[in-house]
Design a binder for this molecule. Structure first.
Ligand code: FAD
Ligand code: FES
Length: 388
């Protein structure tokens, strides 16, 4: 198996808004790196205490046809370690250690497909949606894409001009509906400020594609009810944004009768309300309820199989399996350390594992015995986990 680690060059930066930057990366010999639309890169940066390396996942805002370029877009999180480090220090020409693209929040474009995609995003949640929409518009000439995009105001819109250009390029296949919670009525679009010099005091005509309010279930239902090109029961839905927005969007789609298997979601942050326990076991009876646990979280030994080697790891009661492995310098793959991204996914071949968070795993993966070692604790003494 080839190493999942790569060193890439920062070849360009695009300042999208006051607090979001797109970092364009390439392999030093411009060799293309395999990726799927909607996947994420893990950046590994020496910005922890004493230069300790920190990892964070950032969704690709680029799409495979933009190879050899891989781009990620980082939004500043108040008080956040890595996002502030990147926004304040990243420079063209610097090298960056990354883990190759991973993730299941993806589309597989096919030129023969004729589908309707509804993408619902807010804030930095636009990044994987951008990758997905560019791929589908480019590779599926018979598919239609609707983006419902929530932001505080016009100035906070990441990719504003790219989205405008894509709408001009695909006028019949791509629609964007902007939702602003606190609109200012001003945009920084160059064309608007240019023309506004010549338009006298005439009041601006309200834009039917701009909505004021929160991107909640009422708003989404209102927007979708006018979109006859996107029949609720047939469209495919991709959600990415704050937990509250995704819960509201999910409630709207339930009211519209959208089958669950047509809805996909990606979380950037572990939500307090999803921090319920989950237990996964290899006998096909994964259960999301802690009540299924018949063991206790105490110190136990876990066997990890990874890249042809087998490791016996003593996992303390307050440690995750990943933390115990890293303490022993066992270089397992990981990214978010929060049970969201699946970089650390393994298959539980025997024993039972308690998961603090299950957001990254589907019900079917849980049933097959998949676990996330970054949020996993052994519940029995015979746990064996195979990591891909
Ligand atoms: C699969 C995946 C894809 C992601 N893609 C992107 C992306 O494309 N662009 C992007 O900007 N971020 C993305 N993120 C989030 C990113 O990995 C970091 O979590 C984020 O940049 C904050 O890291 P930090 O070191 O600055 O903050 P930390 O120092 O880790 O956290 C500081 C505080 O901020 C909270 N926090 C962390 N992330 C967020 C957030 N996104 N919003 C609000 N509060 C937060 C934490 O809970 C903590 O309380 C993604 C995360 C995942 C799991
Ligand atoms: S490292 Fe992201 S799910 Fe474990």
């Amino acid at each position: 198996m080839s190493s999942p680690y790569l060193t890439l060059n920062v070849v360009e930066l695009t300042h999208e808004t006051n607090d979001a930057v797109t970092i364009h990366l390439e392999h030093p010999d411009r060799q293309p790196i395999a990726s799927e639309p909607g996947q994420f890169l893990t950046l590994i940066l020496p910005c922890g205490p004493g230069g300790k390396k920190e990892r964070r996942a950032y969704s690709l805002s680029s799409t495979p046809h933009e190879a050899p370029r891989l781009s990620v877009t980082v939004k500043r999180v108040h008080g956040g370690l890595v996002s502030n480090y990147l926004l304040d220090t990243v420079k063209v020409g610097q090298q960056m250690e990354v883990m190759a693209p991973l993730g299941n929040f993806t589309v597989k474009p096919s030129p023969k497909a004729a589908r309707s995609l509804v993408l619902v995003g807010a804030g930095s949640g636009i990044t994987p949606l951008m990758s997905i929409l560019k791929a589908v518009l480019h590779e599926e000439p018979n598919s239609h894409v609707l983006l419902v995009y929530g932001n505080r105001n016009e100035q906070a819109v990441i990719f504003r001009s790219q989205l405008q250009k894509l709408q001009e390029q695909y006028p019949n296949r791509f629609q964007v509906e902007h939702v602003y919670s606190q609109p200012t009525g001003k945009t920084e679009s160059k064309s608007t400020s240019f023309f506004s010099r010549f338009t006298s005091s005439k009041p601006a005509t309200p834009d039917p594609h701009q909505h004021t309010g929160r991107l909640n279930r009422t708003m989404l239902l209102r927007v979708l009810e006018q979109k006859h090109q996107f029949p609720a029961e047939q469209a495919e839905y991709y959600l990415c944004g704050p937990e509250g927005m995704m819960t509201e969007a999910r409630a709207a789609l339930d009211l519209l009768g959208v089958p669950a298997n047509q809805i996909r979601r990606e979380s950037f942050v572990a939500a307090a309300e999803t921090m319920e326990a989950a237990a996964a076991q290899p006998n096909g009876h994964g259960d999301v309820s802690a009540a299924a646990d018949d063991g206790k979280v105490v110190a136990r030994t876990v066997t990890i199989q990874y890249e042809g080697s087998e490791y016996e790891i003593e996992v303390g009661p307050s440690q995750t399996i990943l933390e115990a492995a890293l303490d022993l310098d066992i270089d397992l793959p990981y990214s978010c350390q929060a049970g969201l991204c699946t970089a650390c996914r393994g298959k539980c071949l025997s024993g039972k594992v308690h998961l603090d968070e299950r957001e990254g795993l589907s019900d079917s993966e849980l049933k097959q015995g998949y676990v996330l070692v970054c949020v996993g604790h052994p519940l029995t003494d015979d746990v064996v986990i195979e990591i891909d």
